[in-house]
Design a protein around this ligand. Structure first.
Ligand SMILES: N[C@@H](CCC(=O)N[C@@H](CS)C(=O)NCC(=O)O)C(=O)O
Length: 206
């Protein structure tokens, strides 16, 4: 299998962390979806990464589907099997995806020429992120190494990537408001799968 994407994309990084954790033989191929006539278009008409090549001219796209596929393809799923745990994992993954979506929307707005930017759009995305962090802090258990039970899983990957993307593109002091989340992130971020997939230029917060 081949995973196409960019080294800074948090959507792609979720798949990369999972591939690392599972030690899967998946080649990472850097391809830019933003350029005109990007080769990504031939694999994903939506021209977005990640794209996972699963066979000859056969591709998966949308990070949640790509991660779901990688999670199940080898029969060694990182998702809890009990129904409550399964849906809690989906819940955390949706929250993480939402934080990433808001972080991306914010940075794209900030990259527009200054006179074309909509400050209210930037504030709206920042408020989304703040509320999501508050809910995560309310939900996470005290001193928990992992978000669900005693096993690292897809919930940790989605939220870990989302919070590090926040640190990367929207660095601000969220930790003093969310100490339990901050402590959990410190543990997850120290895993080799996270260390070795950090976006180039990432500055570790003090
Ligand atoms: N919902 C998609 C979002 C993927 C996405 O927007 N990826 C960005 C890279 S961070 C991209 O390829 N953007 C290219 C574009 O929007 O043209 C997913 O979860 O995979």
């Amino acid at each position: 299998m081949k995973l196409y994407g960019s080294p800074t994309s948090p959507y792609v990084r979720k798949a990369r962390v999972l591939i690392h954790e599972k030690n899967m033989p998946v080649e990472f191929v850097v391809e830019d979806p933003w350029i005109d006539d990007s080769p990504i278009i031939l694999k994903n008409p939506l021209s977005k990464v990640p794209v996972l090549e699963i066979g000859a001219d056969s591709y998966m796209f949308e990070s949640q589907l790509v991660v779901h596929y990688l999670d199940h393809v080898d029969g060694k799923s990182f998702t809890p099997r009990d129904p409550a745990g399964y849906w809690q994992s989906q819940w955390w993954q949706a929250l993480g995806q939402g934080i990433i979506d808001a972080g991306i929307a914010r940075i794209l707005e900030m990259r527009r020429p200054e006179d074309k930017q909509m400050p209210e759009k930037i504030v709206r995305e920042e408020k989304r992120i703040a509320r999501a962090i508050d809910l995560a802090e309310k939900t996470i258990k005290e001193n928990s190494e992992f978000l669900l039970g005693n096993r690292f899983g897809l919930a940790d990957i989605a939220m870990g990537v989302a919070m590090q993307y926040t640190d990367f593109r929207y660095p601000h002091d969220w930790r003093s408001r969310a100490p339990k989340l901050a402590k959990w992130l410190g543990g997850v971020a120290a895993r080799p799968s996270f260390e070795e997939t950090l976006p180039p230029g990432f500055v570790k917060p003090e």
